[in-house]
Design a protein around this ligand. Structure first.
Ligand SMILES: Cc1cc2nc3c(=O)[nH]c(=O)nc-3n(C[C@H](O)[C@H](O)[C@H](O)COP(=O)(O)O)c2cc1C
Length: 569
């Protein structure tokens, strides 16, 4: 007599694999629709044959047995009852749901061991678990691959429970079969997706309609510098996409990811950044794909760190810029050479040609027996001297500028130089050379401001600077020359009220051959300031220029004391 039906716990396993003697009754027909089958099988339960089998297992009273079997018969999951005392655990009862699940009519299974449901992909480990549980007289739950009568496979979540008599002897087993195919397939799908997400080098995360993270793969978590668990459920825009590359706030409504998640379009964006946990920005290319399902809206975002690509592009751009600069430099060198050649052709040759003309004129006079008077000879020699000196000055200017340009050091011939005296001499010489119709040079240069330097070259610098002030000033305008001691060095300031230089050109006036637009119509080589800067720099000094068109120009030269000049030169 069965007093209780204990359902004992057991291990849970999922498997597939061991082949068993299945499908031995292929000739038995399956019965109609599910409802029809159910009614038919319920009738079978009551049939004298099945009742006889079952009563052999149960010592229960007829009424109790009938109630139990009716209950089993009505359950929507497969139920079998096997006789634990008979050889090889034969089925003595199966319900309609079992028949519907497996495709076998009940009469075809009664008297057989359930292993006929197994096939090639039934997991031997799961079968071994069943065997162990049966040997121990305990229950268990396993999920294993079984085959229907027509050969199609399904996942069977099988629970076994022993039924014991009053002495504790197992007299029967109840087996409950649930079709777990959908669950197992979904689990497999999820596992596959997780494996793909884990394995991919692209960062991938999902967000819901409100932008909260629903999943994130290891690559995305690593890219953003967060452990995955710290990101799930967080507002991803606020967490990693809050500011643009330039540091301005990125409103969520303007963000394509946010828009896609809220029902917008999928897009690919190549030039944005995401912000890592440590506050650094990572340049990324991302694609966002909206996702919408039953009761679900959101988006999946794939991220690629393009730091390396951006760096390579920057390097390429820098290389291009360097190449362009090198080409421009080479072109400038060619232009300078051309300038130098035309200068040599014009500025150097023309005065020399004039000189030859003067000499030839005197030679003709001599040939015609008309020698020069002593005064004429004196005047001619003075002209000659003057012209030759100017030529020497031009040649020196050109060669100094060329040296400076080539980055070569000038061979300075240093000695003590009284800058005040030198400035006075240069101013006198220029005033004499430009005559009465020029600007008026006003020198305030005390003697005794002595530095160590190359007198001739410093004279040329002053000639240049003061000469420019005169050249670019209207007649009668003041040109101030101020010399003063500063520390053990000196400062020379030359200020004019001339045409001035436009702001955009000031930086370039020290470039060889560059001539300010306001200098047009005034003779000059374009080398003076470049050479002057080189000479002053090699004295360890500086030369600075301030100017405004219509206001005038101020040039300030500083020269260091003897010690510094010596180390600079
Ligand atoms: C009540 C009961 C129900 C069972 N139901 C199934 C089943 O649905 N599918 C299956 O593959 N095995 C089922 N089995 C297990 C097999 O009948 C068998 O015990 C198992 O294959 C281990 O034994 P074996 O190594 O002799 O084959 C059931 C066993 C019992 C006792």
């Amino acid at each position: 007599m069965v007093r209780r039906a204990d359902v004992e716990g057991g291990d849970m396993e999922t498997g597939g694999g061991e082949r068993g003697p299945r499908g031995a009754d292929a000739g038995v027909a399956a019965g109609g629709t599910e409802d029809h089958a159910r009614r038919a099988e319920a009738a079978e339960v009551a049939s004298p044959d099945v009742a006889r089998h079952v009563s052999a297992v149960f010592d229960a009273g007829d009424a109790e047995r009938a109630r139990l079997l009716t209950l089993f018969a009505a359950l929507p999951v497969g139920v079998v009852l096997v006789d634990a005392r008979a050889a090889d655990l034969p089925i003595v009862f199966a319900n309609a749901a079992f028949s519907a699940l497996t495709g076998y009519p009940i009469p075809a299974v009664v008297g057989r061991n359930c292993r006929f449901l197994q096939g090639p992909d039934t997991d031997p480990v799961a079968v071994a678990t069943l065997r162990r549980a049966l040997a121990a007289g305990t229950g268990c739950t396993v999920t294993l691959r079984n085959y229907r009568r027509d050969g199609t496979p399904f996942w069977n979540e099988l629970t076994l429970a022993p039924l014991r008599d009053t002495d504790g002897q197992v007299v029967a087993y109840v087996g409950v079969q649930v079709d777990a195919t959908a669950r197992v397939e979904a689990e497999r799908q999820r596992a596959l997706q997780a494996a793909v997400l884990d394995a991919t080098a692209e960062g991938i995360y999902g967000i819901d309609h409100a932008g909260r993270c629903t999943f994130i793969n290891p690559a995305a978590a690593a890219l953003l510098g967060y452990p995955p668990a710290a990101v799930i459920g967080r507002d991803m825009h606020a967490l990693v996409h809050h500011h643009r590359r330039d540091g301005t706030p990125y409103p969520p409504d303007a963000c394509p990811i946010h828009q896609a998640a809220a029902g917008g379009q999928g897009v690919r964006v190549a030039d944005e950044v995401v912000w890592r946990r440590d506050g650094t920005a990572v340049p990324v290319e991302y694609a966002v794909q909206p996702m919408a399902g039953a009761g679900f809206a959101g988006a999946v975002v794939t991220l690629v760190d393009v730091t390396e690509r951006a760096r390579a592009e920057q390097e390429r751009a820098a290389l291009l810029t360097r190449e362009r600069a090198a080409r421009a430099e080479a072109e400038a060198a060619v232009t300078q050479r051309d300038h130098l050649l035309s200068l040599a052709a014009h500025d150097l040759r023309t005065p020399l040609a004039a000189l030859i003309g003067e000499v030839q004129l005197r030679q003709r006079r001599l040939r015609r027996g008309r020698p020069l008077s002593v005064e004429e000879q004196g005047a001619f020699l003075a002209t000659l001297h003057d012209l030759l000196q100017r030529q020497v000055a031009v040649v020196s200017e050109v060669t100094d500028a060329a040296y400076v340009q080539l980055g070569e050091r000038l061979a300075l011939r240093v000695a003590s130089v009284d800058l005040g005296t030198l400035a006075g001499e240069v101013a006198d010489m220029l005033a004499h050379a430009h005559g009465a119709g020029a600007a008026v040079i006003d020198v305030a240069a005390p003697t005794g401001v002595v530095i160590v330097g190359d007198r001739d070259r410093l004279a040329r610098v002053l000639q240049n600077i003061i000469g420019n002030a005169v050249k670019y000033s209207p007649a009668g305008a003041p040109v101030q020359v101020r010399v003063r001691a500063e520390g053990d060095g000196a400062v020379v300031v030359v200020r004019d009220a001339g045409v001035g230089i436009p702001a955009g050109e000031i930086d370039r006036v020290f470039t060889p051959f560059y001539r300010a637009s306001t200098a047009r119509g005034v003779a000059g080589t374009g080398l003076g300031l470049a050479g002057a800067q080189g000479i002053i720099a090699q004295h360890g000094g500086t030369i600075a220029l301030e100017s405004a068109p219509g206001v005038g120009t101020t040039v300030t030269i500083t020269l260091p004391g003897a010690e510094k000049t010596a180390s600079a030169s």
